[in-house]
Structures are given as C-alpha cells and as structure tokens.
Design a protein around this ligand. Sequence first.
Ligand code: 6GU
Length: 245
Amino acid sequence: MLRLDIVSIFPEYFAPLDVSLIGKARERGTLDVRLHQLRDWAHDVHKTVDDTPYGGGPGMVMKPEVWGEAIDTVIGDGTPRMIVPTPSGRPFTQELAQELAREEWLLFCCGRYEGIDSRVMTEYGSRLRVDEVSIGDYVLAGGEVAVLVMVEAIGRLLPGVLGNACSAVDDSFAPGSMRNLLEGPVYTKPPVWRGHEVPGVLLSGHHGKVARWRRDEALRRTVKNRPELAANLDPQTLDKHDQAL
Ligand code: 6GU
C-alpha cells in the first residue's frame, strides 16, 4: 500500500485519479490518495496563498506560513518523502519512478505562480527527504499536471496494478535489456490493413527471431527519435548484431 498526499490550490485537477488503472488501484487499496486544499490553511478573508517576490521581478511567490501549516497538519509526526514539482527540479525519469514506487508515503506539494518560498524546502529538508522534480524541459502553469504524470508513472509500477505483470518489463527506459532504449512498433490483427502488412517475422512463431527483430527495431527507433540516447548506449551492452545496425 502506497499513501499519497497531494496539496494544491486546485485539487479538482486530480479527478483523473478516480479512473482507469489508478482508480482501480485505489478501489483495491493498493493506493491511498488524499487530496488537500492549500487554502484551508490560509486564514485571511481572501484565503491568500501568495505575495510579491523579494528582490522584485514578475509574478507571485507562494507564502511559507500557509505551506508550513498545511504540511505540518498533513504529516503530523510522520515522515513522508516530499516531492515538489518545479521546472527547476531534477529530472523525473523511469529510474526515479521505480525508486518512488518503493516508498510507503509520498507528499506532493504543488506550487503555482513563480513557485514556493524556498525556505519551505529548507525547513522540511532537515526533517524529510525533499526532492524538487521536473517532468521535462518546458514550463507548465503549475505543478498539478506534473504530479498527475508522476502518479501515473509510479502507480503502474505498484505490485498488482498492471493486468499483465510483464507489461512494464519491455517499457521504453525499463531497467534490463531495454535500459535507455525506446520500445519498437507493435501490431495486432488483421494481418493486412489497407494494404499495410504486419512484419512477417511476428507471424513466424519463432521466438528467438521475434526477440532479435524487436531489439533491432528498438535500436532503430532510438537512433531516429533520440540520437542523444543512442550515442550514450553502453557499448558493452550492444552485441555484434546491434553494432552492425
Ligand atoms: Cl514539475 N512544474 C511546472 N510548473 N512546470 C514544469 C514541471 C513541473 N516540469 C516541467 N515543467
């Protein structure tokens, strides 16, 4: 069982967590998601959560007092791992998703505007493991969608969440033989559609040849779509056949 607490001024953003794989995991009790409205800890009439930045500059910064009360209340004397989504954070990777899927309790603190007063991360950094995490090199309006992305990536790795336990094994970026490789193309029936044929090897029933073909396609796709990943593939894990490609 993984407990997730999510603090945000827009808890409505997380409605998708009621459906599909993640929704079912919650129904089964594999995942315990608790949403919190940050404004519940703002005490003025306007429920203010932000203020102008010291040193000037555009936008607003989220106030530390409100976040402090929110986090204190949510964690009590517990010690979740705290994740702060921000485009300035460390990259969210399949490896980090695997690591977070092994935790018991995660607290996601969603910033909006120009971010959260940095003293909040300093304060809790002395009591909890705190990571500022980015999902990619672009800027979102707030951390909510990034947290949805992370929760889906983490949730599908939990024991029993995927219908087929092998589904995660061949994922792009999965550890093992797919490490740093993109997954290749996939096909289903019919064998010919609008004149396009399914590659014959997939119909051959020859498991060794199928595995070889899939690895070749994964390498080809990685070179085409992610040349920087292909350039960094460990030569030791590339066999002779790979290197001929
Ligand atoms: Cl985690 N948050 C925001 N606001 N923008 C992002 C991001 C996170 N990751 C990439 N862009």
